[in-house]
Design a protein around this ligand. Structure first.
Ligand SMILES: C[S@@+](CC[C@H](N)C(=O)[O-])C[C@H]1O[C@@H](n2cnc3c(N)ncnc32)[C@H](O)[C@@H]1O
Length: 269
């Protein structure tokens, strides 16, 4: 009920959405600094016909969150390319891509200074860096990246159109925009229209909600246990909502189809 009212308020006032989310991410990065929390997405479970992704033992714990990154980022051969991740959070995705998919460099940008500081302290990987910055006014030169990746971050933005203009500006001609996030079903047409308006060529578009539900089901126990043992009891309900546990508003929204998780691959022509 509370989560639904908050979302309604955010839809009415995009400025409030942007600033309230920022406070939340700032607080989470400040209050929980342990290295055992590196991803903040709902995850992805492939169809049963897909071969299982091979991971190092240390990465197994984050399998579903990693699979979301892998699915989105492996649409293009990344070897030797310059990749920017907008909304890099606690850095797990950028780190995975640098270590496994071998781009020349990965830069993560996030408007939570605390999250960026955390990443700068936690990761020591050659070619991987993190900088503070706002998706709606990216601190990079025109045409400086081959790939822009954006995973489950754009639902926080004040202006999606401003963000997309920035994506197009920092991409080199021929570069790719890899995008995944959720929207209320009634906002889907608007999202498609916003992407269309960029003039970038749509290569693929897919509804991956069933794969996200499957991942949330499979990862429920780990998420639940992590919250139980990691944070004070008074925050459990709120964080279970954030984590998409089975009894939550967002999980039920995915199930009923009122909330849809989308994946797009676009190319700057
Ligand atoms: C749900 S988390 C996802 C993080 C990461 N992509 C992952 O999958 O683990 C959303 C992230 O987007 C960031 N974010 C939200 N609005 C932003 C903005 N306007 N500019 C940059 N980062 C933003 C938040 O600080 C947060 O780290």
């Amino acid at each position: 009920m509370l989560a639904k009212s908050y979302t309604k308020l955010c839809d009415l006032f995009p400025g409030f959405r942007k600033s309230s989310r920022k406070q939340m991410y700032q607080l989470m990065a400040y209050g929980y600094r342990k290295r055992d929390w590196t991803f903040m997405n709902y995850g992805y479970a492939p169809d049963s016909t897909t071969a299982e992704l091979v991971l190092h033992a240390d990465d197994e714990i984050n399998r579903y969150c990693i699979q979301l990154y892998h699915y989105i980022a492996s649409a293009v051969e990344l070897r030797g390319l310059k990749l920017l991740e907008v909304g890099s959070g606690r850095g797990g995705g950028a780190d995975y891509i640098k270590r496994y998919l071998d781009p020349a460099c990965v830069v993560g940008v996030d408007y939570s200074d605390n999250a960026v500081n955390l990443c700068q302290e936690h990761y020591c990987v050659k070619g991987l860096s993190f900088v503070p910055g706002d998706a709606e006014s990216l601190p990079f030169n025109d045409q400086s990246f081959d790939i822009v990746l954006n995973v489950e971050s754009s639902h926080c933005y004040g202006s999606m159109s401003d963000f997309l203009a920035q994506v197009k500006r920092v991409l080199k001609p021929g570069g790719y925009f890899m995008f995944a996030d959720f929207r209320n079903l009634e906002q889907l047409d608007e999202l498609k229209e916003q992407l269309e308006q960029t003039g970038m060529r749509r290569i693929t578009h897919e509804n991956i909600t069933p794969n996200v539900i499957k991942a949330l089901d499979a990862d429920h126990g780990r998420r639940f246990a992590h919250i139980q043992r990691g944070v004070p009891k008074m925050l459990h309900k709120l964080l279970r909502e954030f984590a998409g546990n089975k009894d939550t508003w967002i999980y039920k929204g995915f199930q009923t189809g009122d909330i849809v998780y989308q994946n797009f691959l676009l190319q700057k022509v």
